[in-house]
Design a protein around this ligand. Structure first.
Ligand code: PAF
Length: 287
């Protein structure tokens, strides 16, 4: 596996490389969820070079967020990349990714305002800008993004469509702990009590999704109230949002349709903000 610490090193790698590339962009602190994305990339593009990136992107963190505290276990991350068949890993530092007088970034004007975007202004512009740079730098033909960050996946798909990036987006299913908690690098911030309560997110979302698909809940409003009630019963939980949206436009639904529907939440446990989402299990939503 080649470790490429700078855009120049990546450029040299590209000059030598004869194969197409499939990209898995990450911020490091790799867990089984990331490893499943690496495996999915390898399985879905077996003849491509598998390129991972590890970069904690400052422009997607708000001023009071966890940029400084974000875990950076580089050696362990490289070992995981190696053991999951990564051909090359790009590990730049911020000064090499952003010129001091950088003045152009990507602004997504529709999908980003709601859900996570409402409490993280600028976050998805930061994500789009760095992902566009990673697409350009690696010249990948395909890239894998996890469904856990469902809004991010929708925003990236929109960017690829609207800016004509010549690459295919491959979605990766959420990987969960045995009690249902979605794997996240931020789970390590949870106290014992918070960790014991956090599986409520997946439990509440799946129970309500099942009730919707069985026709037991008549409106998104009632369904959202049930998820809210279940999560609020946990002492440490503080809901940012619970929503039921059209899976591609991310528009909140007033009534159930045959469209692809997604139930999502962001909930704080202490200072740690966790996100999760599920599709409906039946033809009611088609996801
Ligand atoms: O999902 C993430 O880890 C990040 O948002 C990404 C896509 C690597 C961009 O920094």
């Amino acid at each position: 596996m080649e470790v490429l610490p700078s855009p120049e090193a990546l450029e040299h790698y590209l000059v030598k490389s004869t194969r197409s590339r499939v990209l898995v962009p990450t911020m490091g602190a790799l867990h089984e969820g990331h490893c499943s994305l690496l495996d999915l990339a390898r399985a879905s593009r077996p003849t491509f070079d598998l390129v991972a990136t590890i970069f904690v992107n400052p422009t997607q963190f708000g001023p009071n967020e966890d940029f400084d505290a974000y875990p950076r276990p580089m050696e362990a991350d490289l070992e995981k990349c190696r053991s999951h068949g990564v051909d090359a890993v790009f590990t730049p530092v911020a000064a090499e990714m952003y010129a001091a007088d950088a003045s152009i970034n990507i602004h997504e004007a529709s999908l980003s305002h709601r859900l996570c975007g409402a409490s993280r202004p600028g976050h998805f512009d930061g994500v789009c800008t760095v992902v566009a740079k990673l697409f350009n730098l690696t010249q990948a033909s395909a890239a894998v993004f996890g469904e856990k960050d469902f809004q991010q996946l929708a925003v990236i798909r929109r960017m690829v469509r609207d800016l004509n990036f010549p690459l295919e987006i491959i979605p990766g299913p959420t990987v969960r702990e045995s009690d249902g908690l979605a794997m996240s690098s931020r789970n390590t911030y949870l106290t014992e009590q918070q960790r014991s309560e956090a599986p409520v997110l997946f439990r509440a979302l799946t129970e309500v999704a099942a009730a919707i698909s069985e026709g037991k809940l008549d409106s998104p409003g009632t369904a959202k109230s049930q998820v809210t009630e279940a999560i609020s019963s946990c002492k440490e939980a503080n809901i940012d949002y619970v929503d039921i949206v059209d899976a591609s436009s991310l528009v909140s639904l007033d009534e159930f349709t045959d469209k692809n529907v997604r139930l999502l939440t962001a909930t704080y446990f202490g200072k740690t903000r966790l996100i999760d989402n599920v599709g409906l299990p039946s033809s009611k939503a088609g996801s």
